[in-house]
Design a binder for this molecule. Sequence first.
Ligand code: PMP
Length: 426
Amino acid sequence: MTRSEELFKKAVTLMPGGVNSPVRAFGSVGSTPRFIEQADGVYMTDVDGNKYLDFIGSWGPMILGHNHPAIKEAVIKACEKGLSFGAATEKEVEMAELMTDVIPSLEMVRMVNSGTEAVMSAIRAARGYTRRDKIVKFTGCYHGHSDALLVKAGSGVMTAGIPDSAGVPAGCTQDTLSAIYNDLASVEALFAEYPKEIAAVIVEPVAANMGVVPPKKGFLEGLRKFCSEHGSVLIFDEVITGFRLGLQGAQGYFGIDADLVTYGKIIGAGMPVGAYGGKREIMEMVSPVGAVYQAGTLSGNPVAMAAGIAQLTILKNNPQIYEELNQKSDTFFETMKENVRKSGHAWQVNHVGSIGSLFFTEQQVVDYASAKTSDTAEYARYFKYMLDNGIHLAPAQFEAMFVSAAHTEENLAYALQKAENFLMCK
Ligand code: PMP
């Protein structure tokens, strides 16, 4: 038995499924997790000494690669001064200034501790601001695990095939309306049915929790238009796309400003951080200025802020990072597409910037229904083949593959070669 297997055997007796977040259990790929001991650059090493070329990047935060020296140094320095004060700090001001400086639509920001919290709080602010209750979300998009949003959610919930979660009272989701991703008519129909009742439309500007599904041309523009016309708040959930597609995230990439935006992952560089922000008049609804209550003992934690500031500063001061990352990712995913074609299959590769997915379906994947046509058993075989060849992909079909700035041409060529070998045997 390997050390990972030993640990997993013990872990399942101590934690539900042996993990602290479901997708880590490897359930949907019929395997058991490798317990990671350390990570550097593009490699993760498990407790048995196996080394993996990593394409998860902690689900996004590691855009510069693991254990970046400048971030590590910033964290160590911050730790020397104390781990938490529960009081205002200069670092919080620095972080807020950094974010609002680079993102034009962000007039004010509030730090929280996770993407889930960011979304939950942004929705409360939108509801408080509009004095309306209903929200529109898109089937297959995931916005964290707060009650109101576990409605036909993507990510682990979708993989497990359970569109709703037990333990969520019907009352918590009765104001959550579901629309179809990339289908403006489905949104228009909801606005027609509930005029003046919709507080917000929340969307992943690039869906990344049903696998990667890019927005069709005009989709985000259409949402912007509907929200402006109906006095609803447009919320971009940029927990994945924020500071990944570029310094201005999806807003900059697609040239559309949302009213509120949620962040996580990259802005903490691996520390537990989230944030929401946007228009001043909406953010001024939030306590202690306004009547929308939201708080957090560890929010704006100085160590987390130090990590985030270090990462965002590197990204801000080196704009070529995004140029190079997006370019090499484009080449990577387009070559994968070509390899699929050469293998004689019509499987789909979707990608935007440095996130992408290979779907084992011949249907174009544009929404939840088409994503669900992917053969997940084939994905499991693909995942296993890649893992056996030292490549760590997302252990579920309905997740993204993350390329980082640290991946070299050689790393990417190696992964492409292995993927091609798999495809050619099929
Ligand atoms: N929104 C999106 C788009 C996400 O992808 C995620 C998590 N992957 C969340 C929200 C929730 O973030 P967290 O896991 O940090 O709570």
